[in-house]
Ligand binder design. Structure first.
Ligand SMILES: *[C@@H]1O[C@H](CO)[C@@H](O)[C@H](O)[C@H]1NC(C)=O
Ligand SMILES: *[C@@H]1O[C@H](CO)[C@@H](O)[C@H](O)[C@H]1NC(C)=O
Ligand SMILES: *[C@@H]1O[C@H](CO)[C@@H](O)[C@H](O)[C@H]1NC(C)=O
Ligand SMILES: *[C@@H]1O[C@H](CO)[C@@H](O)[C@H](O)[C@H]1NC(C)=O
Ligand SMILES: *[C@@H]1O[C@H](CO)[C@@H](O)[C@H](O)[C@H]1NC(C)=O
Ligand SMILES: [Cu+2]
Length: 712
């Protein structure tokens, strides 16, 4: 291998880091609004055209879908409400075959719409300009809430006289009320046949953080299509509205000095610019990685066609066809009338992309980040831009990606006063610089931060950070009387942080060196030794078992019966005969303990196991079903997996659920510090040896220390 090909790995010399000392701590946060550091060229979305078969629909294409739908016969009297317009991706075979410059496979859209209370699923062919399929109510469930649903439902209570009476009796004026429509879940036949939502209200008097001031026990069940209040429930009048003091978390609202030594500014500088490139709007190239990155209305961020360059011959090798957060499940543990239904499925009920807010340069993403927008559709089918939805940047956090230090004393003259000096002849290490694609969704009160982090050693680290505001419950208590009788701890006066879980289920269509893969459970088994065999009594042995069918791959994690989980290509072997593979390394390992027949768990049965493997099926992307809102659990990953299809040496998809139990505490008030967990996709026998040895370590000359220039 010639030395110049090492340029692919110039992750250090290309990236020059230094830290500047100054004083930004106070000033930069207060100057946040409108503080943009973008240097990338502005993108004119109205003129954009797709460059890759997986590129999201452009502004022009969404307009074309709308035109096709408006001249479509069944909609000639009434245009439906559009809930999502997404690219209907071409068949995988076509995408895999496609090379730059080839003609595109036909551009198609999938439309989820509502008309007269019915769910419509349509496929539209943009090239032949027609609707190619149209199904009404394929299963239980409705498309995600639209922006119009949300804004109309939050106004619904005000047309209700009982609501006005209750508000007046509580001494609350309607001008201080903020009402929000969280999803209603599904709890049996009473709520079927119409789209319903629950509406809850908060007071914003004295604070922008109204989430900390719930009007406890007041909940309205609202028909989303008529905006009629179907049910009015008014309990909890013994709980005062919690105080507004100390709920404002903005920097400018803080009155006291922090009781800690201030930090000097810290920043990563890249005087030569970042080392990644974004080609044709969506293809990311960095170090040994190439992948397609896009914003998605429902999944938030989608990574496709992930390939890594072989460290031996420079060949690009397939790792993953598609990866994204497919569904959420967030059940709260409180049985009250105003709480029992809280069991959110954020991707399918609200949309992670739909809920994304723009990332703030320097605070959400570091300097030199590249920003990508999302192009989605409004309820009337017009395109709109979700700006700065994804950012891409290089991360250096002072970590070491490889270290191999060795004490080799071969010099006997190194003895001073009879003390042998320690002479280390090898002091090798490489700093860890990674590439991160980030997206943050603000689904109601919660903020979810997704990081897909790529490492030069072939590892992909996926992290989910939880922050934002807790969903809290008003309480008559100032002090914690009997903690066990409450649904969570008191986190402030009159405020209970209700215990809940968060589950995020990822769709990981791994294609290790091609589509046909197998799933292997490498189980560590305790073996006993015979008394005369060894002074040891027990040892562990790794036993490999290839999953034949889907049920073999329904995995519940166990600490005392551990396994590694490998996706391998049985027909591609290393020089030593090992199949090439990647393993999934689970992180946050909370499991759902709810009863399997509990309605929320039935709908979110994709959390019954932490790992599943299904044969690739283009229609099986959304773990909670295509139509999630009020679904009854008839189209979940658990249902698909029960078919027990063959998965050996086939094109298969790995599903992993990351779980968090959340028992709130006082530090979660008034805004939560981010809790992060994740999982890794790590090469196993994929490379012939450690793939990063030829990447240069850092040298002083590569990392000049820049000093502030004198003021003029
Ligand atoms: C409830 O109060 C609001 C605000 O004061 C008012 O606009 C509305 O008409 C009232 N609704 C009813 C049904 O009384
Ligand atoms: C012995 O030490 C010298 C440096 O003092 C080093 O160059 C050499 O490679 C060492 N020999 C072995 C066998 O490690
Ligand atoms: C061994 O150590 C001595 C004293 O530090 C040094 O002068 C000498 O060059 C070393 N020898 C080798 C072979 O590195
Ligand atoms: C994958 O396996 C199927 C049979 O299960 C076969 O038809 C197909 O050609 C294989 N694909 C590749 C890329 O080897
Ligand atoms: C593909 O998925 C759809 C939806 O779950 C299902 O109806 C269909 O039978 C599946 N096809 C195969 C071959 O499993
Ligand atoms: Cu939580």
């Amino acid at each position: 291998m010639e030395k110049t090909s090492g340029l692919h790995f110039c992750f250090i010399s290309c990236l020059v880091l230094f830290i500047i000392v100054g004083s930004w701590y106070r000033s930069s946060i207060s100057s946040l609004p409108g503080y943009s550091l973008q240097t990338q060229k502005p993108i004119y979305h109205s003129a954009e055209t797709p460059h890759h078969p997986l590129d999201p629909l452009t502004v022009k294409e969404i307009n074309r879908v709308r035109t096709i739908l408006s001249s479509y016969e069944p909609f000639s009297f009434t245009f439906p409400t559009i809930h999502t317009i997404l690219l209907d991706e071409p068949d995988k075979v076509q995408v895999l075959k496609w090379r730059k410059g080839d003609p595109f496979p036909p551009r198609k859209a999938q439309v989820l719409a509502l008309l007269n209370g019915q769910s419509h699923v349509l496929n539209v062919d943009l090239d032949s300009i027609r609707v190619t399929s149209h199904v009404i109510n394929p299963r239980s469930g409705y498309p995600m809430l639209s922006m119009d649903d949300i804004s109309a439902a939050s106004k619904a209570p005000f047309s209700n006289a009982e609501f006005n009476k209750s508000i007046a009796a509580r001494g609350v004026s309607s001008s201080e009320l903020i009402c929000l429509p969280p999803s209603a879940g599904w709890f049996g036949p009473n709520e079927e046949g119409k789209r319903v939502v629950k509406v809850l209200c908060f007071s914003n008097q004295g604070t922008p953080n109204f989430y900390m001031r719930p009007i406890e026990g007041l909940v309205m069940t609202v028909d989303l299509d008529t905006m009629e209040v179907l049910k009015f429930s008014d309990t909890g009048r013994d709980s005062p509205i919690p105080k507004s003091t100390d709920t404002d978390y903005r920097y400018t609202a803080q009155k006291k000095e922090p009781q800690m030594e201030p930090l000097n500014p810290i920043s990563i500088e890249q005087p030569k610019g970042p080392s990644f490139r974004v080609e044709d709007g969506h293809i990311v190239k960095w170090a040994n990685w190439v992948f397609h990155l896009k914003a998605d209305h429902r999944a938030g961020l989608v990574i496709s066609r992930v390939m890594v360059r072989d460290s031996e011959n420079g060949e690009l090798r397939d790792v993953m066809y598609k990866g994204f957060a497919s569904e959420f499940f967030v059940p709260y543990m409180d049985l009250d009338e105003s709480w029992y239904f809280k069991s959110y499925m954020d991707a399918g009920e609200f949309g992670l992309g739909m809920s994304a807010l723009p990332l703030v340069p320097l605070n959400d993403c570091p300097r030199h980040s590249y920003y990508m927008d999302g192009i989605f559709a409004t309820p009337d089918g017009n395109p709109f831009v979700q700006p700065n939805m994804i950012c891409l940047f290089e991360r250096y956090a002072g970590d070491i990606i490889v270290q191999g230090k060795m004490y080799l004393n071969n010099n006997s003259s190194h003895v001073v006063n009879n003390i042998q000096l320690k002479t280390c002849h090898i002091l090798e290490a490489r700093p860890k610089v990674t590439l991160v694609a980030r997206m943050a969704a603000s689904v109601g009160n919660y903020d979810y931060i997704f990081d897909w982090e790529f490492q030069t050693d072939g590892l992909i680290n996926v992290k989910v950070g939880l922050s934002g505001m807790l969903m809290v419950k008003g309480s008559p208590y100032h002090q914690a009387p009997n903690q066990d009788a409450m649904s969570g701890p008191l986190i402030s006066e009159n405020l209970i942080g209700v215990v809940h879980d968060h589950f995020v289920t990822f769709h990981l269509d791994m294609d290790i060196d091609g589509a046909n893969n197998s799933f292997v459970n490498v189980n560590l088994v305790k073996e006993r030794s015979l008394p005369e065999e060894s002074p040891r009594k027990s040892y562990l042995k790794a036993k490999r078992k290839i999953a034949k069918t889907e049920k073999d791959a329904q995995i519940k994690l166990k600490l005392y019966d551990p396994s590694e989980f490998h996706m391998i290509n049985p027909s591609k072997r290393s020089r030593l005969g090992n199949p090439t593979g990647y393993k999934i390394v689970p992180g946050g390992t909370a499991a759902s303990l709810l009863d399997h027949s509990d309605p929320p768990q039935l709908r979110s049965a994709f959390t019954n196991s932490q790992i599943w493997v299904t044969p690739y099926n283009k229609s099986e992307q959304w773990a909670g079903g295509l139509l999630t809102y009020q679904s009854r659990g008839d189209d979940t990953l658990a249902v698909w997996s029960e078919r027990d299809r063959s998965i050996e040496n086939k094109d298969i998809v790995l599903w992993y659920t990351l779980g968090f139990h959340h028992i709130p505490c006082q530090e979660d008030f008034p805004v939560m510090p981010t809790v992060t967990s994740g999982f890794e996709l790590k090469p196993v026998n994929f490379f012939e040896s450690n793939p990063i040895l030829r990447a240069a370590p850092a040298f002083e000359k590569d990392l000049p220390v820049c000093r502030p220039s004198a003021s003029p």
